[in-house]
Design a protein around this ligand. Sequence first.
Ligand SMILES: Nc1ncnc2c1ncn2[C@@H]1O[C@H](COP(=O)(O)OP(=O)(O)O)[C@@H](O)[C@H]1O
Ligand SMILES: O=C(CO)[C@@H](O)[C@H](O)COP(=O)(O)O
Length: 472
Amino acid sequence: MPHARPTLVAGVDSSTQSTKVVVCDASTGEVVRTGRAPHPDGSEVHPDRWWEAFTNATAGGLLDDVAAIAVGGQQHGMCALDEVGAVVRDALLWNDTRSAQASRDLLGELGGAATWVERTGSVPVPSFTVTKVRWLAENEPANAARVAEVVLPHDWLTGQILKQGNAFREYVTDRGDASGTGYFSTAEGTYLLDIQELALGHGFVTPRVLGPSEEAGRTDTGVIVGPGTGDNAAAALGLGLRAGDAAVSLGTSGAVFADHSLPVRDLTGHVAGFASATGGHLPLVCTLNAARVLTAAARLLGTDLTGLDHLALSASPGAGGLTLLPYLDGERTPNLPDATGTLGGLTRSNATPENLARAAVEGMLANLVAGVQDLRRLGIPVARILLIGGASASAAVRAIAPDLFGVPVAIPAAGEYVGLGAARQAAWVLSGADQPPDWKVRIEETLEPTGQLGGLDVLDRYEALRSTLHGA
Ligand SMILES: Nc1ncnc2c1ncn2[C@@H]1O[C@H](COP(=O)(O)OP(=O)(O)O)[C@@H](O)[C@H]1O
Ligand SMILES: O=C(CO)[C@@H](O)[C@H](O)COP(=O)(O)O
């Protein structure tokens, strides 16, 4: 008897550097095919480029026979639309720091960190949409006057998918992504109209917030479209994070996050009080500098990423005393948008390519170890790290991470966990069940700390160098 064909669902990861699509068996999560396409470089991009990348990534029938689809997208990007829905200007992305002054101004105007945390769950940093909206009002008043609606990257892409038929009525979003705007109350699940007006000078429409498994609509071929979510919330869903787990994502951003049942309040602003894609919370620490620290170091050393791994692993732990503060694109945690990278401890004897390569890996990871410490400071237990994102493939990262984090580091089987989380959401919407389907996550290997690699020394030097920077 022929096997019944599995029901298929698709998950989309529209992240900073690329669009990745996974098509999975809806009942098991097994990946049956994938597609990907790059995005242009830079921290502002016309949303049409995401649609082109989605179209390229799904070319050749990738979505044939798919019953449901959902999108996970880079958080915070400001997609400003006019009253007929046309894009007003290129979207300003999460990693664009031009709104640094706007974030400082907004912080003060609403009464400081405590008020922001009380009202939104987070202290706004230049990544947040609200600061980009204020930047627009101050720097491009003609564009600002045309803004009738602001949506996020995943909202926009979900809208374009719905427009492939007659299903598009309005833009939609979910609580996870809305919680990163800076004008949404994570606790109440409502938009904060006064903060929207404070930022832009006039009100604007925001996407309707759907429930975690609520259908957004159907395409003209009958494909069910899920609400989607932010990329980190999608990754948490894809990984099925349990109590004691923290995910560390090494993509363009470095992100540390955990699934948590309660809201957090962090007046330092290091931990954002975002919402998860399942109705709970997703306390998250995000840095601007992760995978691209390694590509920059490789370029500096005249090698590629494999060569960088070889060099880093040829150096002794601690890189001979070299310490890199990896704030190459400015930094978000700590909030130093105008910072640059700093190399400390350079001497004639430690000035080798091997030490520089190792310092790049150690410095990037030390920035995220600080994030894990921030989660613990708020009472969130971290007993295991799940390492994901492009740079988790690096041999040097895998070798060095366990001693710096000081807990076992699990490497989930190679996979696109944002896309998988979006696909799991799509399967959930399709099923109509109370809970997401029970997809197993296979752990490829778990790397234990050796305790011999001088991890504490690296972290102490990182903290010492960081404390010399004004405002850190
Ligand atoms: N083996 C590797 N070693 C280090 N970095 C890698 C490796 N493979 C991919 N990367 C990096 O991963 C990044 C892409 O990761 P990804 O998680 O897809 O990013 P994003 O979600 O921000 O678009 C790129 O900067 C790429 O250079
Ligand atoms: O701003 C954040 C989280 O708050 C970033 O994590 C973005 O969501 C972009 O993620 P990647 O493209 O690096 O995965």
